[in-house]
Design a binder for this molecule. Sequence first.
Ligand SMILES: Cc1ncc(COP(=O)(O)O)c(C=O)c1O
Length: 450
Amino acid sequence: MPAINRDRLQSLMESEQKKFINERPKSKALFGRACKSLLGGVPMNWMSKWAGAFPPFVREAHGAEFFDVDGHRYVDLCLGDTGAMTGHSPSETVLGAQQQLARGITLMLPGEDAVWVGEELQKRFGLAYWQFALSATDANRFSIRLARQITGRNKILVFNWCYHGSVDETLITLEDGVPKPRRGNVGPPVDPSVTTKVIEFNDVDALAKALEPGDVACVLAEPAMTNVGIVHPDPGYHQHLRELTRRYGTLLIIDETHTICAGPGGYTRAENLDPDFLIFGKPIGGGVPGATYGFSQEIADAIAARQNLEDCDVGGVGGTLAGNALSLAAMRATLGNVLTQAAFDRMIALAQSWTAGVEQAIAEFEVPWHVTRLGCRAEYLFSRERPRNGSQAHHAMDFELERFMHLYAMNRGILLTPFHNMALMSPATTQEHVDRHTRVFREALTALIA
Ligand SMILES: Cc1ncc(COP(=O)(O)O)c(C=O)c1O
């Protein structure tokens, strides 16, 4: 098994960085200008994380491709970290949004689109009632608040190395078995161990132990972890999760924001889950900001029984622009025409092909890595063993190697998600795009190992 030679990796990284800078004079100039008005030269702090010396500045994006200002064409396998899983600007979403843009953007009043979307979400996910937010983060936060109010308990439970957006309670990890604020947690309002229990995914005993005292309002979980590489649940794990949450009176929030990649009804429908709340954000409106949270009839009754009409606009579940007409028109167009079963069938087949290409190269070059897939999302990780929990997955990460793989790909017109080695297929992705990635992945391995 060839080990990765770190000196070689560093010198390859240097030459890739030179190539990146030399080939992108216009992005470089824009970045120089941006540094004078935007903190770190970027509009959002995580945009600094791209592997190049600066991010490629985008001229335009269509379908599964985009062009930077220097004229380079990229196959986009990042797709806005799922925000553009629909492909960029799908024509049906653009049409629906354009029509609504001309008819009123936000009113604080409902229209027929809201009803259509609620009915469609009911059909897809099987939950009775729906509400809207502007981001999946907010949909998670609102669901947590409601779960606390209904149960009268103040703790929540999450899995180690989860990510559910910038929700204060979730920015917690286990360090040698002790809950600590997650590394990089900016100004936590309280130590998150006050609000949150954190355990490893797939550990049924730890779950039972954490829920038994009866102080946990809700478990917030991705049905398969997707934010530390992909970690699948063990067979039967979800039955245990549901059984234990019911036994101890804890509500179950399933966050489908990424696992919607499993199909039109997400992992929940694909695997017959029965959550109390379900979250779906990012691609629901084809990238137009919006998110939703749904809940069962029982939860709806419990919310209604506690609702206070006079104060319902200031109770911590809100957002002036949430449920706005533009978001809902974009959701209707996207759910009705873009994220369809037929589209998922194509996308999943492409992800299978992407996975097979990477798997074959890993075997041929004998690197101790593996590749995993969930629906139309696939990802390689730098360990031979498939992780069963967040700690194992996190342990397999290799920041230096990851940056090299990303920069090498970017220099050859392929964009992977900056946070890990994830590739997502959209309805506009083609076999040619997948084959191009396989070719470039093999070239990167040749450079690293030959
Ligand atoms: C599973 C999951 N839930 C929620 C979020 C938060 O989404 P947003 O940043 O759009 O609020 C993310 C973001 O990556 C996510 O991965």
